[in-house]
Design a protein around this ligand. Structure first.
Ligand SMILES: Nc1nc2c(c(=O)[nH]1)N[C@H]1C(S)=C(S)[C@@H](COP(=O)(O)O)O[C@H]1N2
Ligand SMILES: [Mo]
Length: 413
């Protein structure tokens, strides 16, 4: 009755007008017949391709939706600890859809364990001491979009990096509980994600690290990120977390760790995956598999998180410039910025990391001499004296390890 009354009072959009709007939007307008005659649909100003990633902020820049790959706009990486919904997503396959936390197990097996063992999540939590570390995870392909000739794959800008707080148990405590044979040299992870082809028997990705890196204090089997369950896209309910190395070694949706008596040979360990040439090659070179080596510690790098690119500074204003710097397994020793295209450099204040393998905050105050356009260039130097290059450091076939200086343009008015 109520509905009937309403419809008798209102006049609705004509069928031909609705057809026009439907064509313009490119999609059926559900409930379109309810649109009042004098109201136009507001439409999709963004172009209609802003899909939402479960559990993630709509501010992430989507690079791929099959599988999900999304990066963080650099200025949103400003907090010391990256907010969970802003951490980048790099999936190679399809995340597990139904996660049964109560029956989730982690198997430790492989030819170099004394016996195979399985732990439930509860056992892991009860049996071993808990640790928390802030760990920098950066995709090996972060910065790939600057490669020329271009490298295939997701065209990452600078936002395939995050530093979040991880809580869990040390992998070394688990491995010691299981017992390793003397010939153990490598570990490899397995996760519960499934292959894009739909073939359930195919492993999506299974990478690993030498036993020495696996046994470091900061190498965690984690169930929490930023004091909350790990976001679905970042590996819920359990994840291997290894700071300082390409994030591809940090297995998500973790179900198994294999302890190996040789370099792990899972999918994406071999060929050109996460490998770079052993020697410098001219751009565009086809490098044979034997000429490639596995990427280990990531190179020194930094980002400017404030101000945002395109910021407007009023004449004479002093403003803070800040960001983060990291250097794989090493610490960052010095941080500099330039406002004159690299002719002179200003040394910045650089904080120590929260813990080993966490990024370091840097900041300084700047004042610009006159009205006009400037670029701020940022350059970090690691504890061994290696600094970031201004341009792409060395071309490689898959577009890894671009640690060129971050530059932002700003205006003084
Ligand atoms: N099981 C599984 N683990 C994985 C991946 C994956 O596709 N499946 N991607 C790897 C890659 S290449 C990267 S860069 C990081 C990305 O972590 P994030 O999505 O939590 O940012 O996870 C790594 N671990
Ligand atoms: Mo990655």
């Amino acid at each position: 009755m109520e509905n009937e009354k309403n419809s008798s009072r209102r006049s609705f959009i004509s069928k031909s007008a609705l057809a026009l709007f439907t064509a313009a939007i490119g999609s059926k307008i559900v409930f379109g017949e309810n649109l009042p005659a004098d109201l136009e649909p507001v439409g999709l100003e963004s172009g209609g391709d802003t899909k939402l990633i479960p559990g993630k902020s709509g501010k992430l820049k989507i690079l791929n939706d099959k599988p999900w790959n999304a990066e963080t706009p650099v200025h949103l990486l400003d907090p010391e600890v990256t907010p969970a919904n802003l951490m980048f997503v790099r999936n190679n396959g399809i995340p597990p859809v139904e996660v049964d936390v109560n029956n989730w197990t982690l198997e430790i097996s492989g030819e170099s364990v004394k016996q195979t063992k399985k732990y439930s999540l509860k056992e892991l939590m009860q049996k071993f001491k808990h640790y928390s570390y802030n760990l920098t995870l950066e995709c090996g392909g972060n910065g790939r979009s600057e490669f020329n000739p271009p490298a295939k794959g997701n065209q990452w800008g600078l936002g395939g990096v995050a530093c979040t707080k991880w809580t869990g148990v040390r992998l070394k405590d688990i491995l010691n509980d299981v017992g390793l044979k003397d010939d153990a040299v490598y570990i490899g992870y397995y996760g519960a994600d499934t292959h894009l082809s739909g073939d359930q028997s195919k492993v999506v990705i299974s990478r690993g690290v030498p036993i020495g890196k696996a046994m470091e204090d900061e190498t965690l089997i984690a169930w929490a990120m930023n004091d909350q369950p790990i976001p679905v896209m970042n590996g819920y309910p359990l994840r291997l977390v290894i700071g300082g190395w390409p994030a591809s070694v940090s297995g998500k949706w973790l179900t198994k760790i294999a302890v190996r008596n040789k370099i792990h040979d899972g999918p994406k360990m071999e060929g050109h995956s996460y490998r770079i040439p052993k020697y410098p090659v001219p751009p565009g070179t086809k490098v044979p598999d034997e000429g490639m080596k596995i990427i280990e510690s990531m190179p020194v790098k930094s980002i400017i998180t404030y101000p945002k690119k395109g910021a407007v500074v009023s004449k004479g204003q002093t403003f803070e410039v800040r960001g983060h710097a990291w250097a794989g397994d090493l610490a960052v020793k010095e941080m500099h910025v330039s406002i004159d295209f690299g002719v002179t450099w200003t040394k910045c204040e650089l904080m120590p990391p929260k813990n080993r393998l966490a990024w370091q905050r840097w900041k300084t105050n700047l004042q610009l001499p006159e009205i006009g356009y400037y670029e701020i260039w940022a350059r970090a130097t690691d504890e061994k004296g290696k600094a970031q290059p201004m341009v792409l450091p060395g071309w490689n076939p898959k577009g890894y390890l671009n640690n060129a200086s971050h530059r932002i343009g700003i205006i003084q008015r």
